[in-house]
Design a protein around this ligand. Structure first.
Ligand code: SAM
Length: 232
């Protein structure tokens, strides 16, 4: 269970109504039962349910069971698509160990805004589900051009470029270090955006294979390729 609270032995932590519903209604846990809690910073901890009630409750933190894991320094930049598919991308990027998730607005992006809080909640759920101790921050929607204008020069970008149209590129030989993966919207990047990306030194275009993948598939494929070669 993700708990947004510092964790230490003996700490009593109150539960929100949503957490109480999940633990006592869905998982059928009750007073005296044990669970694992994490806050994204202090590793995993065992905890015991001290108070169980429909509208809340309390757990007592017992002992650390695993140190904090940090994912490889990999960001995902993607253009949000339909709601369910955007949720899917955030969920899968969390499972695949992205360290930061950045929705970007491109010329062919339909979404004018996103529900950042909802997407962040999806990242929390995905981290809970996959037993991770890290929750990637999900940023608010920012125009791609603005993101690239402030881009840290040491972080390189793997640009999923369907126009390369060939076998999937191997990432063997690329240096470790801070990276980001960039995936476009259903309509792809505009000619002007493609020109801008092609002119940037930090950008390495990659093929994900000869078929044009849907944006959500492309995001998962690119993260998998990265983790296979440069991740841990
Ligand atoms: N509108 C484009 C077209 O019809 O040619 C397709 C865009 S594709 C649905 C969405 C995004 O997924 C692309 O912008 C790209 O970043 C990524 N993508 C899809 N297939 C890819 C491939 N085979 N190699 C690399 N990137 C790919």
């Amino acid at each position: 269970l993700f708990i947004d609270h510092p964790l230490g032995a003996g700490q009593a932590v109150g539960l929100t109504a949503d957490q109480a519903h999940y633990l006592f209604g869905v998982m059928r846990l009750g007073q005296g039962d044990r669970l694992t809690v994490f806050n994204g910073r202090d590793g995993a901890w065992s905890a015991e349910i001290a108070v169980a009630s429909k509208r809340g409750g309390q757990v007592t933190v017992l002992a650390q069971t695993a140190p904090q894991q940090m994912p490889p320094d990999l960001w995902l930049l993607f253009a949000p698509i339909k709601k369910a598919r955007t949720d899917f991308i955030v969920e899968k990027a969390t499972e695949m160990g992205a360290a930061r998730i950045m929705p970007v607005q491109t010329e062919f992006t339909n979404a004018e805004r996103i529900r950042q809080d909802r997407l962040q909640a999806h990242a929390v759920e995905a981290a809970e589900q996959c037993g991770g101790t890290f929750v990637p921050p999900v940023a608010d929607l920012v125009p791609l051009r603005r993101v690239l204008a402030d881009w840290p020069p040491e972080r390189r970008i793997l640009w999923g470029d369907e126009a390369r149209y060939g076998p999937a590129d191997t990432l063997a030989g690329l240096a470790r270090g801070p990276w980001a993966v960039l995936i476009g919207p259903e309509g792809g990047f505009s000619p002007a955006e493609r020109e801008m990306l092609g002119a940037l030194d930090v950008v390495t275009p990659i093929s994900l294979g000869p078929r044009i993948l849907r944006a959500d598939t492309a995001a998962v494929a690119a993260l998998t390729l990265f983790q296979a070669h440069l991740g841990d």
